[in-house]
Write a protein that binds this ligand. Sequence first.
Ligand SMILES: [Zn+2]
Length: 114
Amino acid sequence: MSDYNWCHGPSCHTKETQSRVRGSGDNKVLRTIKIKQGRYNYSGRPEIITYDDYFCGNHCLYDFIREHLPSIIAIAPRREALETPIKVVKEKDTNWRGDPYTRTRITSVDNDNG
Ligand SMILES: [Zn+2]
């Protein structure tokens, strides 16, 4: 397995930066950025893959998402809303001036208890 990936940004090879210039004389090109895998992986766990391993920067990541959004959504389409059971608790408190107010606090509900 290669230790490098080519940036997956669809327009990476068109961005005019010195780091992309390759070739000599009249045969110069702008080339897609080559990315060393794990370059920003500070966890010490190489099995964790991040988008940094596939995109040279956020501009290329978002270019990719814009171009392939329908396909990305098709991987895991959401056809209905998800819900998280909660409790909404109203509590009396005082603000920094000592004035009373009612605080609304959202707490999670442990599903294992029924
Ligand atoms: Zn790129």
